[in-house]
Write a protein that binds this ligand. Structure first.
Ligand code: FAD
Length: 477
């Protein structure tokens, strides 16, 4: 039974009954509880975090404080030092922001566990966030079976909660009408939620100090992929980046987004991936810029089509496709066509190591690979070219898919993300695309030739910028 008197059970039931909330384990909150715990996994931010908002509302109903728990996992799938470094920068911002609002913030590392923490704090209930990728979803399912307190998760990193659609879509233009119908309900500012019962420092809990390296002692961690200084993690840097983009990038986005030699896109993808900023915050800021008359409506729409249309299409793809990161997700027409072309002569063939070291005959491709390795990010236009060429040069499409995933996840700060798997599936196995003209190797999968690609932008300038200087080379392993 709920220890709080009055209408708490009904209020809690209403809170759980929202499309964004999934009740993974029902039941009543622990009697005599001391707090509500928010298990922060994906949405690494305090402001504009609907999962934290649900935790705060639940805590306010129960008359309890909120504590955020972040468990640092030593072997997060495919994460390396570059990713952990960015993660740690984000954790510092989140810890500071939480303290300012009277929300507890605890970082723990193994052998500490979330379950032990829930007992130590006598948590009333557990709120978590969501991520469509396989491993974090598996952890949530395992945890839901073991817990004895209620456990809800909140779909905090999309604008329209994925469960509203309940399916994936084959093409963006199939998805758009469904999205358009839902956006008026979800593309709105959420009311501000303030914790009514601050976490008292007297109830001090031990927390790993964020002035120390969160990866210290992680023996199996890949430290060869080093941190980059092109991006600083955290909500503060994310908001600064958004502000700069609104001031000096968005107005020309329609034109510049197809020019990798110009820094014309938002570069917000690492922040979105780590949840340092939510898509709603970005979309509302863009809408405000359009309403102020500073930005043309069609420019705002182009950007939102990427941020909401393509991004949420990618999330639905990963959520509903168990093989999202391998060749088995191929569109049936693409699979058949690629197999028919399996024996086609490949003029150039490279090994994964040659690709990783940007040692191909194609200077444009090498420049893109260097951009990714040395800055942790690659321009969208170049990502398309990069993946298409891997299909052309790998022994077969299944291997091409695997290699693209390995490199993308290893070097991109925004890698290991639904967008990356969808982008690679689009480029290599025709997912979220339609059949094109029959060509050697590619079959009906859309191809990009270097000659046509060179005509679209100043490729020579891009190659010059990403020149094989000292910092562009891979570290010797
Ligand atoms: C082969 C390939 C691999 C990719 N790998 C990743 C990846 O690992 N992580 C990742 O976040 N994106 C990936 N993308 C999608 C896209 O290239 C990046 O999201 C974009 O380049 C990020 O730069 P930006 O933030 O400046 O984008 P902007 O143009 O400023 O767009 C704003 C936001 O919209 C979203 N977005 C833009 N383009 C796309 C797209 N085509 N698909 C889905 N969402 C999009 C992103 O969240 C992006 O941050 C990949 C695309 C391809 C073709």
């Amino acid at each position: 039974m709920i220890s709080a008197p009055g209408p708490a059970p009904m209020q809690l039931a209403a809170l759980a009954d929202q499309p964004r909330v999934l009740v993974r384990r029902g039941g009543s909150p622990r009697p005599g509880a001391q707090c509500v715990v928010y298990w922060m996994q994906r949405a690494l931010r305090i402001a504009g975090n609907s999962a934290l908002d649900v935790a705060v509302r639940a805590a306010n109903i129960l008359g309890l404080p909120v504590v955020v728990y972040f468990g640092v996992i030593p072997n997060y799938p495919n994460a390396n030092l570059r990713h952990y470094h960015f993660l740690q920068q984000g954790l510092r911002d989140a810890a500071e922001d939480a303290a300012g609002l009277g929300i507890g913030f605890v970082v723990r590392r193994p052998p500490d566990t979330l379950e032990a923490f829930l007992e130590e704090t006598r948590a009333a209930l557990l709120i978590g966030d969501e991520n469509p990728c396989r491993e974090p979803e598996r952890w949530r399912k395992v945890l839901a079976k073991r817990l004895t307190i209620p456990y809800w998760t909140v779909d905090a990193d999309v604008i329209v909660p994925s469960r509203v659609f309940g399916r994936s879509f084959t093409l963006l233009h199939h998805f758009r009408p469904h999205l358009k119908a839902e956006l008026p309900k979800f593309l709105v500012a959420s009311p501000k939620v303030t914790p009514l019962h601050p976490w008292k420092p007297s109830k001090a809990l031990s927390s790993f100090s964020l002035s120390s390296d969160i990866t210290a002692g992680f023996k199996k961690l890949d430290r060869n992929v080093t941190p980059v200084d092109t991006f600083t993690g955290g909500s503060r840097a994310a908001l600064r980046r958004l502000g700069e983009f609104l001031r000096s990038g968005l107005a020309d986005y329609g034109e510049n987004r197809n020019h990798p030699e110009v820094s014309g896109t938002s570069r917000l993808s690492p922040y979105l991936h780590f949840g340092n900023i939510g898509p709603l915050t970005i979309a509302l800021a863009v809408e405000r810029a359009v309403h102020s008359g500073k930005i043309l409506p069609e420019t705002g729409e182009k950007f939102l089509d990427q941020l909401i249309g393509w991004r949420e299409l990618a999330v639905l793809f990963v959520r509903h496709e168990p093989n999202y990161d391998n060749w088995d997700c191929a569109a049936p027409w693409a699979r058949q066509s690629l197999l028919e072309h399996a024996a086609d002569a490949r003029v150039y063939r490279y090994s994964l190591e040659q690709l990783e070291r940007a040692q191909t005959h194609d200077e444009l491709w090498n420049a893109a690979q260097r951009e990714m390795v040395s800055t942790g990010w690659m321009h969208n236009f170049m990502r398309m070219y990069w993946a298409k060429k891997i299909l052309e040069w790998a022994p077969d499409p299944a291997t091409a898919f695997d290699w693209a995933v390995i490199l993308n996840d290893r070097y991109e700060l925004d890698g290991r993300d639904a967008n990356g798997y969808a982008g690679i599936a689009w480029a290599i196995v025709g997912k979220l695309d339609r059949p094109w003209f029959n060509r050697p190797v590619f079959g009906l999968v859309r191809s990009i030739t270097s000659a046509s690609f060179f005509r679209k932008f100043d490729a020579a300038a891009y190659i010059r910028q990403k020149g094989a200087g000292k910092d562009g080379r891979l570290q010797e392993k």
